[in-house]
Design a protein around this ligand. Structure first.
Ligand code: ADP
Ligand code: MG
Length: 323
């Protein structure tokens, strides 16, 4: 069994009366010792997935198992204990307590979890030395740089040797010089018996990762319901290579779908007349657009539908032709 196992995850939020499901039947396996990056556009569900792993959010349905413990089945004292001992958190905004020194910030979660003050202090000194902050142990966060604060947060996350460390955009507020040391220490966190999951946009982390998990945004029905567009002659609706969420129907005029040829020129894939549709392959299969769609010589009016809406309108018929 994988160290971290997610099965059939469904997360449903309610947003302005619509259900938004960033995860709908999602499975994921992560191994011990791995540093895993969660990548994906804003809104693709990175923070949601971290919150689920961190037991900060209860999924609508599905299970999360870490090191053989089914986290989604825990409640009360067991859940509290899991949050204290099972997890280390590192956030974008550092989340250190401003009135405490670096050392006290690292000591606090250990004492809260029942470690003696003396042992906690010894461990804090060891951890702060490890992240290169032995000299700064008695400074408060306000007297430290962003990079130093993030290293304190890393030391704190490690204090109780948790089997899972989750980090949400940990390098986002760091400048270029500070980020190096932080990345190095994040890399060192992934050790046998532990998985490190980092949500990030920072491509500097990519070469260090053992595993990349890409999340794709799932459009809310409200966001994409029946988007109507008027296209002038030659006006581009989408380009070859774009990601696409919508299937289009032509109301009036005509739409040309063309593919650029290697070495110049283009090939017309489709001319779509009123009542016809195009652009279904990209949203159905998660592919890039195979061609560029633009208004025909007299322009066009088109309506874009989500795949679900489109299927509802056409009784499931999809994929007969297209881009
Ligand atoms: P990311 O971290 O990748 O930007 P999020 O996990 O924050 O993505 O969001 C995933 C989707 O869930 C988005 O469509 C977002 O609008 C929606 N969402 C997140 N949190 C909430 C919430 N508390 N209420 C309603 N919708 C939410
Ligand atoms: Mg986020």
């Amino acid at each position: 069994m994988a160290h971290v196992q997610i099965r059939d995850l469904v997360v449903e939020y309610s947003s302005g009366g619509y259900a938004v499901r960033p995860f709908d039947g999602y499975d994921l396996d992560l191994e011990s010792g791995e540093m895993v990056l969660l990548l994906g556009a804003s809104g693709s569900g990175k923070s949601t997935l971290l919150s689920i792993l961190g037991s900060l959010l209860t999924p609508t349905s599905g299970t999360v198992t870490v090191g053989g413990t089914e986290v989604t089945a825990l409640a009360g004292r067991d859940l509290m204990r899991y949050r204290q001992r099972g997890l280390g958190f590192i956030f974008q905004g550092f989340n250190l307590i401003a009135s405490l020194t670096a050392r006290e910030n690292v000591i606090l979660p250990m004492v809260t979890a029942g470690v003696s003050r003396r042992d906690a202090a010894a461990r804090a000194d060891e951890l702060l030395a490890m992240v290169g902050l032995a000299e700064r142990a008695r400074h408060r966060p306000g007297a430290m740089s962003g990079g130093q604060q993030q290293r304190v947060a890393i030391a704190r996350a490690l204090a109780l040797e948790p089997p899972l460390i989750i980090a949400d955009e940990p390098t986002a507020s760091l400048d270029y010089i500070q980020v190096d040391a932080v990345i190095r220490h994040l890399r060192d966190l992934a050790a046998p018996g532990r998985t490190v999951v980092i949500a990030t946009h920072d491509e500097r982390l990519v070469p260090l990762a053992d595993r990349l998990v890409e999340l794709t945004p799932r459009a809310a029905p409200s966001e994409h319901a029946s988007e109507r567009r008027e296209l002038g002659a030659g006006e581009v609706l989408f380009r070859q290579g774009d990601r696409g969420e919508l299937v289009y129907e032509v109301e009036t005029g005509a739409v040309e779908v063309v593919r650029a040829l290697v070495g110049g020129g283009e090939e017309i894939l489709q001319v779509v007349a009123p009542g016809g549709y195009f652009g279904e392959l990209a949203p159905v299969f998660g592919l890039a657009r195979a061609g560029t769609a633009r208004g025909g010589p007299a322009g066009a009016v088109v309506t874009g539908y989500s795949v679900r809406e489109f299927r509802d309108r056409h009784g499931g018929a999809l994929g007969r032709h297209g881009s």
